[in-house]
Design a protein around this ligand. Structure first.
Ligand code: NAP
Length: 223
């Protein structure tokens, strides 16, 4: 890893990741839509709407060997709301998939911030958890495609629990700071991990979520 492009770096986890990567001597490009925040971050930045038709051309022109798709939108509403769900799927599924597919032949490493919320369906944030499930399966599929098709790209699935950002306010349970999250992600990238829980102890929640029988899981209110 020499040059890293973080898509969704104007705030939260992405911003901390750019700062941590620069502190460790990597070239890190911060990308996102809010240009005032990009100016505040400084260094090399890329104004980018990942859902726009010109996004891929801009990403390719950035010339990074490592791309982190960290941009994400999370709807939270008591009842399903199509406008919010559509916005979620546009970014978390369609924009993500476009970059993930391109990465197979253009990147050394492609990482994406999915979520522990993608391991099961969750009421109140159903479109979000379903979109993160899509990311988890797509990343695994691309890992298989790279391995069996002889492509050099390494696909990394990042699985945060709760991180202290605007999006992570739903619960304080095992919530970590953005600095801790960035440290975990950087460590996973440097050590060649394929899947990384953020922070690592969320692995136990991941195991529990995966193993819990459906009938029991559906009885526990999580909204
Ligand atoms: N915080 C948590 O507890 C938690 C838990 C699990 C997973 N995650 C995931 O972690 C990632 C980062 O979330 P965060 O908590 O750090 O929230 P955040 O501070 O809201 O960060 C989201 C980032 O995505 C960018 N973004 C949104 N729409 C975009 C678009 N169309 N094009 C380019 N960039 C876009 C935002 O920048 P602009 O608005 O400037 O474009 C922002 O930099 C998300 O994928 C989220 O789902 C978070």
């Amino acid at each position: 890893m020499r040059r890293i492009l973080v898509i969704g770096a104007t705030s939260g986890i992405g911003r901390a990741l750019v700062e941590a990567a620069r502190a460790r001597g990597y070239e890190a490009v911060a990308a996102g839509r809010r240009t005032a925040l990009l100016a505040e971050i400084g260094g090399e930045t890329l104004p980018l709407d990942a859902t726009a038709p010109d996004a891929l051309a801009k990403i390719e022109a950035a010339g990074a060997d490592t791309v982190v798709f960290n941009a994400g939108f999370g709807e939270r509403s008591a009842r399903p709301d199509w406008a919010l769900t559509e916005q979620t799927l546009r970014l978390n599924v369609l924009a993500f998939e476009r970059v993930a597919q391109w990465a197979l032949t253009h990147c050394e490493t492609f990482a994406a911030t999915a979520s522990v919320a993608g391991l099961r369906g969750l009421e109140g944030t159903n479109g979000y958890s379903a979109s993160k499930a899509y990311m988890i399966n797509a990343l695994e599929g691309y890992r298989r495609a790279a391995r069996h098709g002889g492509f050099p790209c390494r696909y990394v699935t990042l699985l945060p629990g709760f991180v202290d950002t605007a999006m992570g306010q739903a619960s304080a349970f095992w919530r970590c700071s953005t600095r801790e999250a960035a440290f975990c992600i950087l460590k996973a990238l440097e050590r060649g991990r394929c899947v990384a829980y953020v922070t690592p102890r969320w692995r136990w929640i991941g195991v529990l979520m995966r193993l819990m029988p459906r009938a029991l899981f559906e009885r526990i209110p999580l909204a």
